[in-house]
Ligand binder design. Structure first.
Ligand code: 4NP
Length: 147
């Protein structure tokens, strides 16, 4: 069976998408599903995830501390089979780079009904707890959709 390659995308690739990557990796067989993450901006290129994301993941038994931020590139459309975005702005930025309907069809909102995972960067720990819960539920739905 061909491995499914999933990419999680947010703005900075230090708060939401690294968490989404870690949570989904923790729920799948790595031989069947690979998960990566990227940001639409390069502000934090090469940086570790935000310490608050590392902490909430750790509390839930997931280590994301080894991840390094990178910027989304056009080439990601040829590597990944599914690309999940956190919010409308991520969606618009990615869709603007897509070259055809085949690439555009790979882009999905990670939450149902085009809801957004709120950006927790400028908030407090509660925002990260909320983010974790939204992404954990979303990843359960992704796992079901893979079977
Ligand atoms: P993320 O959060 O997109 O979930 O990684 C952000 C991280 C950094 C910034 C904005 C959002 N920033 O403006 O630096």
């Amino acid at each position: 069976m061909k491995q499914v390659k999933i990419l999680m995308v947010c703005l900075g690739n230090i708060c939401r998408s690294p968490l989404a990557q870690g949570i989904l990796e923790n729920k799948v067989d790595p031989k069947k599903v690979s998960v990566d993450s990227a940001g639409t901006a390069a502000y934090h290129q090469g940086n570790s995830p935000d310490p608050r994301s590392i902490a909430i993941a750790q509390k839930n038994g997931i280590d994301i501390s080894h991840q390094k931020a990178r910027k989304f590139t056009k080439h990601d459309f040829s590597i990944f089979s599914r690309i999940y975005v956190m919010d409308l702005s991520n969606y618009q930025n990615i869709i603007a780079i897509a070259e055809n309907d085949y690439e555009r069809a790979k882009v999905h909102f990670i939450l149902n009904h085009h809801e957004e995972v709120p950006d927790p960067y400028y908030g407090n720990e509660d925002g990260f707890i909320n983010c974790y819960e939204l992404l954990d539920n979303a990843c359960n739905r992704i796992v079901k959709s893979l079977n």
